[in-house]
Design a protein around this ligand. Structure first.
Ligand code: URP
Ligand code: ZN
Ligand code: ZN
Length: 458
């Protein structure tokens, strides 16, 4: 049976207009004003915006970090994402040292298969660039639909790769048709700063931030850009947190280089004063890069509105305060890095982006959905509202008011980074390929998400 949404305002990255949307068999098949057939289900959504489902290009679900594992797996994490207005995620299938990329993908398929409420794809995070991994990389886009590969310039002795590895992967990416994503922080310097802090007995969470100053992010961003320029390959810089790193991206863009940047709600809305919270509470904010001085925020917002930054990812990597963040009570370097946010990304960007005047509605759609779809080979199947696209639609009720709180969240973690923040608007319904998966904040019981083999964009 076809469904028709009537009375809403469609918002894409380019247009805002009133029209009805008809969808059937998972796809949008008409947009405009048309007579309903007797068998059509009419859903009145007067006063609501109709946004393309959110695409979160940066999540870590069911990820083992040291001796612990993220609090959210694909079941809880994607349910939270759906309730918040996200219908597709790209999670990082992370290679263990000595293992193949195929093994990493198999493990991630097992984690997600049958447990995801929304559609998903995988970036491959390469930590061990052996000769056979290079061979695997050359065909991974075609064979597996994995059109993005992430490398870490931080996390020395675990995931960090050296410059030669980054350059090689950039060179392979041109023929193989994947986009290289990089975590830009100088891991060698961080390692040295951490050891110096430990030697001085500086153990509290705030030293996580002090040992990762913005210049280590700027340096690694500049270096990654230089290597991408040399290789003549595009580059996507994940979780840009500082004006200093953004300036490097802006300079590269002004020279015509294909450098893309992502930021996250935590860098737009939270700042380093969180590390001054008393006791060990500030461990909740231990993430990499760390929260920055508040004056960075306006530059990040401008970066989004001026298209210097393309996307907003949550970098959802949730660890409970109790029992997990607490692993670092005696030593900040043992606090598992990362924070939750998959549920709040869309609503925060609407509230503090659109309603606060930083972003237009169309820019909001671009940075929460369309740009990620285009960069990562999902467009136009996803990331827009158009005839032939998947009917992934968020019916957004702008009249709703709520307060963000861990007590009400779906995320399976014992705190919320945005506790007490006001939210304007909320999804009345969320449709995934035409199926209503969320109504009034409640998700369906059975996960219906599918793995999406992505297209090469080059
Ligand atoms: O602290 C963070 N961001 N943890 C997740 C892994 C990463 O660096 O993206
Ligand atoms: Zn990272
Ligand atoms: Zn991450």
């Amino acid at each position: 049976m076809a469904k028709i949404l009537t009375g809403g305002t469609i918002v894409t990255a380019l247009e805002t207009y009133q029209a009805d949307i008809r969808f059937e068999n998972g796809k949008i098949n008409a947009i405009g004003f048309f007579p309903a057939q007797a068998s059509d289900e009419i859903i009145a959504v007067d006063g609501c915006y109709l946004f393309p489902g959110g695409i979160d290009p940066h999540t870590h679900l069911d990820l083992a970090v040291g001796a612990t594992r993220t609090a959210d797996d694909f079941f809880t994490g994607t349910k939270a994402a759906a309730v918040g207005g996200t219908t597709t995620i790209l999670d990082f299938a992370t290679q263990d040292k000595g293992k193949t990329l195929q093994e990493a993908l198999q493990v991630w398929h097992q984690k997600a298969n049958g447990k995801s409420f929304i559609d998903y794809g995988f970036h491959l995070a390469v930590c061990d660039l052996t000769t056979s991994v290079k061979v695997e990389l050359s065909s991974i886009a075609e064979s597996e639909g994995v059109t993005s590969v992430k490398l870490y310039l931080a996390y020395k002795n675990t995931m960090q790769v050296d410059d030669a590895a980054l350059l090689e992967v950039l060179e392979i990416s041109k023929k193989a048709g994947f986009l290289v994503c990089v975590h830009c922080e100088n891991g060698d310097l961080i390692d040295s700063f951490v050891k110096q802090a430990q030697a001085k007995g500086q153990t509290e969470p705030k030293y996580h931030a002090k040992t990762r100053p913005a210049f280590v992010e700027r340096e690694a961003t500049a270096r990654a850009i230089a290597l991408a320029e040399f290789a003549r390959a595009p580059l996507y810089v994940v979780h840009v947190s500082s004006q200093a790193a953004l300036k490097e991206i802006a300079a590269a863009k002004s020279q015509g280089l294909a450098i893309y940047g992502e930021t996250c709600p935590q860098y737009l809305l939270l700042d380093e004063s969180a590390y001054e919270q008393p006791g060990f509470a500030s461990a909740k904010y231990v993430m990499s890069p760390p929260l920055r001085a508040k004056d960075n925020q306006e530059f990040l917002w401008q970066g989004l509105s001026q298209s210097l930054l393309a996307t907003v990812g949550s970098d959802h990597c949730s660890f409970n305060f109790a029992g997990q963040k607490e692993l670092g009570r005696q030593d900040f370097s043992q606090i598992p890095n990362g924070g939750p946010g998959i549920e709040n990304r869309f609503g925060l960007l609407y509230t503090y982006g659109v309603m606060a005047g930083h972003l237009t509605l169309n820019q909001f759609v671009a940075v929460t959905s369309t740009n990620a779809a285009k960069l990562f080979g999902l467009f136009p199947q996803k990331g827009t509202i158009a005839v032939g696209s998947d009917a992934d639609i968020v019916v957004w009720d702008p009249a709703v008011r709520s307060i963000i709180s861990a007590a009400k969240q779906q995320q399976n973690v014992d705190y919320n980074l945005y506790e007490g923040f006001r939210q304007i608007g909320a999804p009345r319904y969320v449709f995934l390929r035409g199926e209503k998966i969320v109504a009034g904040g409640i998700a369906v019981e059975e996960p219906q998400g599918k793995y999406i083999k992505r297209q090469r964009t080059r």
